[in-house]
Design a protein around this ligand. Structure first.
Ligand code: UD1
Length: 374
């Protein structure tokens, strides 16, 4: 008889990571049945439904509907609502991905019930404890039974933190499984510009794609203002396409900064779907971002990436990929953009095991680890 594994998603970046795992689990459904829980951390159509549809993720078996709130409120609500799901479903394991609040919340509930926790994308460290995700990463890894990593440096981080090496498996990158599976279906630049009514002249490989939503960049009005002013300067050299995250939208409007970008070569879009962001990345001359996912995706696509953060938990995107870390200093950002425009930027290579088969390795290992006898 097949056994149930509870798989958890909560926020936008989780969806791309979970899609290939669910697909792979569905191939072995005589042995394992996935039970998909969406915590509801992200709930807007643009932040959730579009992704489920485009990535072919089945409707969640349960939506906890927690929504937004402070970290304490959001995490506590996920925990309270997730516990009864485990009582009812009685899974042999809980699988979480990434580093969002839903990841640690569900992980904590599982281990307190003695249900083994599996963490996909373990061991990434920015070494910056002011980042909410860093706390989520460190704590989730400490309580996990089986830890899947995307790059070799992650294993060293985990071992240093006392995790037994036999519990760590180098699987590669599930986000890149999704990217490779969807590259050909990506939306074209023209269609996207038309869909959002962008009238600016924007052409293939002649624009910068910008995404920005980290609290460290958008929550402090001074930092946000400094970044917006450098974006305005960049737009004098190259048009900027900027899909705006709801959090950023709110902070920009609170700080009265939206007017700084009007009348410029900046196309402001609402949050876009997966096939759209993929199309926008593929066609860009460069990407400016504070997202973890985009740092990896640009490395896989060979598109130069300028990271608007002081550090990265994904060092392989810098050592092997196309990523450069510049922080929020306007001079450094501008120098890096200028360099890319003159030289074409870093070319890089695709890291080991970012080959589209990470989910296959993960599911094989789960079967071996927990269901050997059955
Ligand atoms: C969360 C993750 C972050 C991830 C990001 C991707 C944590 C701590 N952070 O940050 O790691 O990179 O998702 O987007 O888990 N909102 C909406 N609609 C939605 C969701 C959010 O309008 O569907 C607005 C709300 O005003 C909310 C704010 O965005 O307060 C922030 O949402 P939240 O889920 O708290 O964090 P993110 O900034 O999205």
């Amino acid at each position: 008889m097949s056994k149930t594994i509870v798989c958890v998603v909560g926020a936008r970046p989780n969806f791309m990571k979970m899609a290939p795992i669910i697909r792979q689990l569905q191939l072995v459904k005589d042995r394992v049945v996935p039970y998909l829980v969406h915590t509801g951390q992200h709930y807007d159509q643009t932040m959730k439904d579009t992704f489920f549809r485009q990535l072919g993720i089945p409707e969640p078996d349960r939506d906890l509907g927690v929504g937004s709130g402070t970290h304490a409120v959001q995490t506590a609500n996920v925990m309270l609502r997730f516990e009864s799901v485990l009582d009812e479903v009685k899974p042999f394991a809980v699988l979480v991905v990434g580093d969002v609040n839903s990841t640690i919340a569900c992980g904590l509930v599982a281990v307190k019930k003695n249900i083994p926790l599996i963490h996909v994308e373990a061991g990434l460290r920015s070494f910056d404890r002011e980042m909410p995700e860093e706390i989520n990463r460190v704590l989730t890894d400490q309580i996990s039974d089986l830890l899947f990593t995307t790059e070799r440096a992650a294993e060293a981080n985990l071992v240093r933190e006392g995790i037994a090496p036999e519990r760590i498996k180098f699987s590669g990158n599930v986000m890149i499984d999704t990217l490779l599976a969807n590259c050909k279906q990506a939306d074209s630049l023209d269609r996207i510009l038309q869909r959002y009514g962008v009238a600016l002249p924007i052409y293939e490989k002649k624009y910068a794609l910008l995404t920005m939503h980290r609290p460290s960049n958008v929550d402090d009005p001074d930092t946000l203002s400094r970044l917006i002013s450098v974006i305005a300067d960049i737009s004098n050299k190259v048009p900027v396409v900027f899909p705006v995250h709801p959090r950023t939208q709110q902070k920009l409007s609170d700080a009265g900064l939206l007017s700084e970008l009007s009348g410029r070569q900046v196309a402001l879009l609402p949050p876009v779907g997966y096939l759209e962001i993929l199309g926008l990345m593929q066609s860009a001359q460069l990407v400016l971002t504070d997202s973890g996912g985009l740092q990896e995706e640009t490395t896989a696509l060979g598109v130069p990436c300028v990271t608007l953060r002081e550090n990265t938990e994904r060092p392989i995107t810098v050592t092997e990929g196309t990523n450069t870390i510049v922080g929020s200093d306007p001079e450094k950002i501008m120098a890096c953009v200028d360099d890319i425009m003159v030289t074409g930027g870093k070319t890089g290579r695709v890291p080991e095991y970012w080959d589209g088969r990470a989910a296959v390795r993960i599911v094989d290992e789960i079967l071996r680890h927990y269901l050997q006898a059955g």
